[in-house]
Design a protein around this ligand. Sequence first.
Ligand SMILES: Nc1ncnc2c1ncn2[C@@H]1O[C@H](COP(=O)(O)OP(=O)(O)OP(=O)(O)O)[C@@H](O)[C@H]1O
Ligand SMILES: [Mg+2]
Length: 345
Amino acid sequence: MPAISFSGGIAADMGSTNTYIILDKASDVYKSASCALVDAVRQGEVYALGDEAKRLEGRSSDEALVVSPISYGAVADTETAALLLLSSIEKASGRRKLVDKSRLYLTVPCMATKVERTALATAAELTGAKHITVIQAPVAAAVALKRHVEKAEASLVVSIGSHITEISVISSGGVVLSRGLKRGSNEFDKVICDYVRKNTGLLISEAVACELKEQMGSAVTPETDMTQTLSGRSVKTGRPLTASVSAREIAGALQTPVSAIIDSISDALCNIPVEFTSDILKSGIALTGGGSMLYSLAQKLEAETGLDVYQSDESAFDTVRGAFMLANDDRLLRCVMNAYSAYEI
Ligand SMILES: Nc1ncnc2c1ncn2[C@@H]1O[C@H](COP(=O)(O)OP(=O)(O)OP(=O)(O)O)[C@@H](O)[C@H]1O
Ligand SMILES: [Mg+2]
């Protein structure tokens, strides 16, 4: 069977919630849920992967369980992660074939341990890819955000994902310091669930809360208010129930977790060595990750830190886009490799 071979390489960013793939210059970013439907007893048995598995969350029988092979941005289950990666590449390409002649460029968070980096490498090898390059995620995001990563001037990248937040300083192609936090945008979903339960007596799923956050969530109180009707189950009776919630209420509920993330970022900024601060004052913050797409979060971060904040239109795609750009720029990739922020397996 002929194999898929993408000359420029395939870029992949496997996150705790989403996996992003770019196959070639012309293709869009393919996005899929980072989850698998597995046998609850023999977890090696995989029934569905990606969005198909996600759709069955809470709807499958007791014998099947939806799990994520990626935990806090790192591979926790090597074999399932390999299957997810392979299946995502196949779905992105629309072809059920192997990737065994392709070059694979994978991103990894800076906070991943050596064991977790090895697990990612093993998962990539299990796909059968011949050449595998691992790139530190903030460097890839910085490339996509057009920071001059190869220059000695320092750039600051703040990435807010679903489960992790990373604050990294990049200079001369490498990450010179990084602070990782095990907190991200999924905390916002939990807070919305709690708020709705306490204030309306309605139980909603985290998936519903996530939709609410993406549609009407805001880091600051919105000038114009709007209301949304929600369906769920009554806390008291267990019966189906509807209730309404307003955008201002959601913004109020989000205040505590949003401030906690911004405070952690500000605290990390206070600990940046003085030799980098003048560069960062000039270049500001490159803000990335799906969690940073919360409405007005960039504006709040700018107000709280006093630094200019730069963001793309599709922050969740920055890391995979940057990995793909590096895959197609030998000179820049070599510079990043020389700074130990990318390596071949
Ligand atoms: N428009 C939006 N407003 C608010 N939040 C958003 C928006 N779009 C996406 N998100 C949130 O971004 C998060 C997903 O971001 P991303 O795909 O970068 O995470 P991930 O890479 O899977 O996770 P991690 O990097 O933590 O391992 C989800 O919590 C999602 O709800
Ligand atoms: Mg991520």
